[in-house]
Write a protein that binds this ligand. Structure first.
Ligand code: 5GP
Ligand code: ZN
Length: 113
């Protein structure tokens, strides 16, 4: 079972930000920003590349709720999902990163800097 499925079923503890029947948002263990939250569907999908669009629509609504709860909608935030090897994905259970609370840096490919 993947590490985020273990978080969903309670085997690995997490600091929950928001949860409903189908989705979970929790703090990243190694934050890259003042606010760094991970958002996952409770059902396992390997990445964004295979998520059914209907579930993505529900996830969009859930992410809007998290942004409201964190009070980051006015100043803004960055929403990222890494996909497979070239995308830099390390945990192969679909997750979105919400980065906020400060001005985030430029998006770069390390090969170009
Ligand atoms: P990826 O590189 O796959 O897009 O991001 C994986 C993220 O999961 C990383 O930011 C990493 O810090 C986070 N992460 C990995 N293991 C755990 C864990 O056990 N708990 C939490 N809260 N975050 C984790
Ligand atoms: Zn999983």
């Amino acid at each position: 079972m993947c590490i985020f499925c273990k978080i969903v079923n309670g085997e690995i503890p997490n600091r929950t930000v928001l949860e409903n029947e189908n989705f979970l948002a929790f703090e990243d263990i190694n934050p890259a920003c003042k606010i760094h939250v991970l958002v996952i569907p409770k059902e396992h999908y390997d990445s964004f590349d295979v998520i059914p669009p209907k579930i993505m629509a529900e996830m969009t609504e859930f992410i809007h709720k998290i942004a409201s709860k964190l009070n980051i909608r006015e100043n803004g935030y960055r929403l990222i999902t890494n996909i497979k090897e070239d995308g830099g994905q390390e945990v192969h259970h679909l997750h979105f990163h919400i980065l906020a609370g400060e001005r985030v840096g430029r998006l770069v490919c390390k090969e170009t800097v």
